[in-house]
Design a protein around this ligand. Structure first.
Ligand code: PMV
Length: 334
């Protein structure tokens, strides 16, 4: 039996995707920009060994099964969607494994859905490399597009380094592409886990509420300019410009969430306390480290590789996952 292994990284958004212009086509309300992380979901896929008509998806046995029933549901729905829309009839047998706790604000749905899509397409087409997939009509851009239909942010996980997901003028014209490779700027993300509980509202439900906030339209109007500023800061590897933009963007997304109707509040008291501590430590130590936030209570501290020991020492009393910028996905045979 041939088993295909897709290893796909998660990503942290610098410019956030929150809200959709069209739900059916997963058309985001705005462009977003992310850094790929060296933190992966691995999915193994093979054609089902027995005469099966439905797909089987499970977590590898050493993963806490109770953690993510929601992911399994979402994953199976996506597999069904892919097979129906692409005309692949073979049932698949898949096992997936996250290198990090699910549902804790580290975007496991991005790497999860992306690795599921990649592994499934590899098994259906019998491809063990991106080159083979491309020959069979599944270039990376198309794979990213298919993964996006399962979870928007998944499309940014198909490349390493810094990735721009362009909204385009209409749903079919959206594009995802790398803007700088991981070698351009050695940034790190120290994720401070303040809670590993499942989040209070899934991002799918959160996106639906975004447009109910009075901050939604004004935000869309200023994002074009912020995108340019972020791209320029990235081009110059300029932390003093990028850092404050990251923080402003993260806080704005959480304000938007909190002012939607009904409100969705992902930050906790520990988040707020930690943000205060980070600002104080930055002032005292002069380490250029800045936060961003995902749809959850945990804090992502973005900083340059040169400060690794200092940052790790500073947060040694917290539960952290400290990772470098990542080089993107891989596909192989087991
Ligand atoms: O891809 P989704 O539907 O899980 O939404 C992701 C939303 C954020 O993680 C909060 C922001 C982003 O751009 O990744």
């Amino acid at each position: 039996m041939t088993i295909y292994k897709a290893r796909v990284p998660t990503n942290i958004a610098f410019l956030k995707y929150w809200g959709k212009s069209d739900e059916q086509t997963q058309w985001p309300a705005n462009d977003s920009l992310s850094m790929t992380l060296d933190l992966y979901t691995e999915t193994l896929a093979s054609l089902s060994p027995i005469e099966e008509t439905s797909h089987a998806l499970s977590f590898r046995s050493d993963q806490d099964l109770a953690k993510s029933p929601l992911f399994l549901q979402k994953g199976l729905r996506h597999l069904k969607f892919l097979s129906e829309n692409l005309g692949f009839e073979d049932a698949l047998y898949l096992q997936t494994y996250n290198e990090f706790p699910s549902g804790c604000g580290i975007a496991s749905s991005a790497s999860g859905l992306a690795s599921l899509t990649l592994a499934a397409l590899a098994a259906w087409t019998g491809s063990s490399s991106f080159e083979e997939l491309e020959e069979k009509g599944f270039a990376r851009e198309r794979l990213a597009h298919l993964a996006r239909l399962g979870s928007g942010s998944a499309c940014r996980s198909f490349w390493g380094g810094f990735v721009h997901w362009e909204k385009g003028l209409y749903p079919e014209s959206q594009k995802t592409h790398p803007i700088f490779p991981e070698t351009h700027w050695a940034l790190r993300d120290c994720v401070v886990i303040l809670s590993d509980a499942e989040k209070s509202m899934t991002s799918t439900d959160g996106h639906k509420l975004a447009s109910t906030s009075p901050l939604f339209q004004p935000r869309l109007e200023l994002l074009g300019e912020r995108l340019l500023q972020m791209r320029e800061a990235l081009a110059r590897c300029d932390m003093n410009t990028l850092g404050p933009l990251l923080e402003q963007e993260a806080i704005e997304m959480h304000e938007l969430m909190a002012t939607s109707n009904p409100p969705c509040v992902y930050m906790t008291q520990s988040t707020v306390s930690f943000l205060g501590l980070l600002a104080r430590e930055r002032m005292q130590t002069k380490i250029p480290m800045y936060f961003t936030l995902d749809a959850g209570p945990n804090v992502h501290v973005i900083y340059e590789e040169a400060y690794k020991e200092k940052v790790q020492d500073l947060f040694k009393d917290y539960k952290t996952i400290d990772v470098s910028i990542g080089s993107g996905p891989s596909l192989s045979l087991v």
